[in-house]
Design a protein around this ligand. Structure first.
Ligand code: GLN
Length: 532
């Protein structure tokens, strides 16, 4: 079978959930096909690693060390694949290639132009990935909204692709918005019509339209969209607003999307959503409830912590426990009253010194009051600083990231990071193994002696202080195989005080929640029991 292609575009508004729609489409078809998700982003950064999470949401890190768009989190979680950085094509990467080719003389004698030179680079990249991965189906998501200048070249490339692969091997899916204006109380199709027109002006005629709406699309509106936009009536699908994104594949299935895709692409890969349905059922019907404080800096934008939120959803589905996240901004912490109704706290990753003193204070409270605590990356570093200051007596202990002149640099830059001045893709990135110590909680939670988790950091627990800290009772429950790098810590006398230099949230899946999160939520449930 030749490789099939599904191209997903978006119109009317940004933020309609193209990533989740693409991941859900993939999930519906994944039972028998090898599916590769590919995302095209129009920005000129080579990757999102240099962007503030406020601007672009969480930076997702892959096993191979690639820093990619957060949609890759959805792809991995919905499709069960391990993505590669090559599957995220940004305009920054495209122009890099075109410029190198031009300097090398590949275009000698020619005027280098958007069409065909830039579009050829885009298409060859996509075909190369399809070939390397022996993909049955490639789902290409085009970032942004039709009509944006940024994605014009990607759209033009996608228009051309149908000639290269044959019309029978490609379909175009367009995600739009169907508003129900206040006072009119009726589903409206005009924004969809206009955005499909924009797409048609670019030579792309959608085969399927997904209308994001707060209600199921009525038969009438489907007929209208079908008529005005020239798609078959059963190819107009509701993209319902849902409480949990995990419901989207179920909605698409209910709307008959899988059959349409089978028919149009001449494939057969029936959805197998039994297990998924069961987990969603659990998520919808929790029998318990806990409240977890998230002590971060980007708390105003939940997208900055997308994978952590999803990891908690996975735990919810497995433990039948609703997890309320209480966002605590540590830059202006006034007193400890926020602790009154919480059952556990998380200090997530972060960069720079803003808010760190507040987080250290929060960790001290967790330790002293024996409240379950989970530290992630920066969270581990701050837990070590807190312990050094208040248990080991190292007053003024700090990370050299926050205070280069600290008398006790218990957290210091990794030796291999010294002297690196370029910011893009230069951190310690990707999956690294850690050896877990026998008899520790960390090892019990993972249930294995060696684990591999993903990383994104420049600083580490300074080896000069390992002995001093360990002598005071902090257990280094997991280290890099050479023993140099502390990857996991815990305080054995407390109910749950565990932190890691890694980001285990990046590998959490609905079918297999990250073990540290699972253990942490269980500890929060016990904590709540003990309190009531
Ligand atoms: N800023 C810290 C470091 O670079 C922690 C990074 C993180 O939390 N991802 O080591």
């Amino acid at each position: 079978m030749p490789t099939k292609y599904i191209i997903v575009t978006g119109g009317v508004l940004s933020g309609l959930g193209k990533g989740i729609a693409s991941a859900s489409i993939g999930q519906l078809l994944s039972s028998r096909l090898k599916i590769i998700p590919l995302k095209c982003d129009g920005y000129l950064n080579v990757d999102p690693g240099t962007m503030n999470p406020f601007e672009h949401g969480e930076v997702f890190v892959l096993d191979d060390g690639g820093e990619v768009d957060m949609d890759f989190g959805h792809y991995e979680r919905f499709l069960g694949v391990t993505c590669k950085s090559k599957w995220n094509l940004t305009m920054g990467k495209v122009f890099d290639v075109v410029r190198q080719k031009e300097r090398r003389g590949d275009y000698l004698g020619k005027t280098v132009q958007y069409i065909p030179h830039v579009t050829d680079v885009i298409k060859s990249h996509i075909f190369e990935v399809a070939k390397e991965e022996s993909a049955d189906l490639v789902i290409v998501e085009i970032g942004g909204t039709v009509g944006d200048i940024e994605n014009e070249l990607f759209l033009e490339s996608m228009r051309q692709v149908k000639e290269d692969v044959g019309r029978e091997n490609i379909i175009y899916i367009h995600l739009t918005y169907v508003p129900i204006p206040y006072g009119v109380n009726e589903q409206k199709s005009k924004p969809t019509q206009q955005s499909v027109n924009l797409l048609k002006q670019r030579g792309i005629f959608p085969d399927v339209i997904i209308g994001r709406c707060s209600q199921f699309l009525t038969k009438e509106i489907k007929a209208k969209i079908s008529n005005f936009c020239d798609v078959e009536p059963d190819a107009v699908i509701t993209g319902l607003d849902v409480e949990d994104i995990y419901e989207i594949p179920l909605i698409f299935e209910q709307e008959g999307l899988a059959e349409i895709l089978h028919k149009k692409l001449n494939i057969y890969s029936p959805p197998d959503l039994r297990k998924w349905k069961q987990l969603i059922e659990n998520l919808r019907n929790p029998t318990r409830e806990v409240t977890v404080a998230m002590c971060g800096k980007y708390t105003k934008l939940e997208d900055s912590y997308a994978s952590i939120i999803e990891s908690f959803n996975h735990c919810s589905a497995h433990l039948g426990c609703k997890i309320n996240l209480k966002w605590v901004e540590t830059t202006n912490l006034e007193d400890a009253s926020f602790l009154d109704d919480i059952d556990g706290l998380v200090v997530p990753g972060g960069f720079g010194s803003r808010g760190t003193e507040g987080k250290i204070e929060v960790i001290r409270l967790a330790r002293e009051r024996n409240i379950p605590f989970l530290g992630l990356c920066l969270g581990l570093q701050l837990a070590v600083i807190e312990f050094a200051r208040h248990v080991c007596g190292m007053e003024g202990a700090n990370s050299t990231e926050m205070d280069p002149n600290t008398p006790y640099p218990v957290i210091d830059i990794l030796p291999e990071q010294r002297g690196i001045t370029e910011k893009g893709g230069t951190m310690r990135l990707g999956a690294y193994p850690a050896v877990l110590k026998n008899g520790t909680l960390t090892r019990a939670l993972y249930g294995s002696a060696e684990v591999s988790e993903r990383h994104r950091h420049r600083y580490e627990v300074n080896p000069e202080f390992h002995k001093m800290i360990a002598d005071h009772g902090m257990i280094f429950s997991g280290c890099s195989p050479d023993g140099r790098l502390v990857e996991f810590i815990e305080l054995p006398d407390l109910k749950f005080f565990v932190a890691t230099q890694a980001h285990p949230e990046l590998k959490s899946r609905m079918e297999a929640p990250a073990p540290l999160f699972h253990g942490f939520v269980k500890a929060c449930m016990d904590q709540k029991n003990a309190m009531t």
